[in-house]
Design a protein around this ligand. Sequence first.
Ligand SMILES: [Zn+2]
Length: 338
Amino acid sequence: MKRLFIAAVGVLALTLTAAASATKPGPGSSTGTGQVFLPNPVAALGNQSLTDQKDADYPALAGAYAMVTLTNLDGSGFLHGDWANIRSETGTPAYSATNTFVYRRDDDRFEQVMAYYWITEAQKYIQSLGFGSTLPPVNRESQDIRINQWGLDNSFSWDKHDVLRFGKGGVDDAEDAEVILHEYGHAIQDAQQSPLGFGFSVEAGSIGEGFADYWAVTVSNVLAPTADTPCVADWDSVSYTSETPHCLRRVDTNLMYPSDLDGRVHHDGQIWSRALWDIRQALGNVVADRIVLAAQFDIPNPTMPELAQRTVQTAQSLYNAGIANTVRAKFQSRGILP
Ligand SMILES: [Zn+2]
């Protein structure tokens, strides 16, 4: 039911967008300017006292806004491009005849710009690692994104027309780059399987959450480094936790496999994300992320030991025995490999 409904909405949205494109002049150029958070106000300002305040744009947030260059736009004046496609919204679709997309958080178009920017940059990062040139492509397509559809904090990828969806509820999901990147992480893993789809068992689902958390942290740290890197979604989490630092989850916990598995995928995923984080700490983001992504092709429903073993083999084939041994040691530290 859900699929049919969403498909119908998709056709309507595409039709409306096409009509709008036909009547509004586009700038015709592929670059533009956008205003975003890098990656979110709590991390950027190092201020744990910031709260949602019902989507208000209040003075303490002023320093969190940053101007960035938007690339790979299709020239229509909408946020449609090579790697991201803001395809339907409950509010007004962002449009600019000069590709200038400067909004603040109380305007729903701000989240559209956030999603366009961060997903485009994430795909450019993937390609910078060699995926699509020396290595096979990873989700190298215009990722469809919907914002504010149902007020849920969720992501769906059910066929080759996978869509990322960002809701409201507390801080709007797409106001935190690490939430955007987490959901894109799921799209990446789904796209790496043929046929599309990753993570049907609880343990594979936990790997999915762990990878998505790791992906949020590694890309956020490359593009907008902040002090507490292992903290995931410092801003989105202000509505969920009174503990400080506010983190939806962390990638540097001491959870162990299999003794700490409890069947909650976001919790159990922290075992996996810690292993990936340790590999990154040892090898740097470029080597680590090449290995982690390359290991995930066509292994749709693995256990943690199965994907860990594949990751060690990938390190061996992309690099050498020394790097493979480092990768193995990090999985051993979590109890994932003997
Ligand atoms: Zn998730």
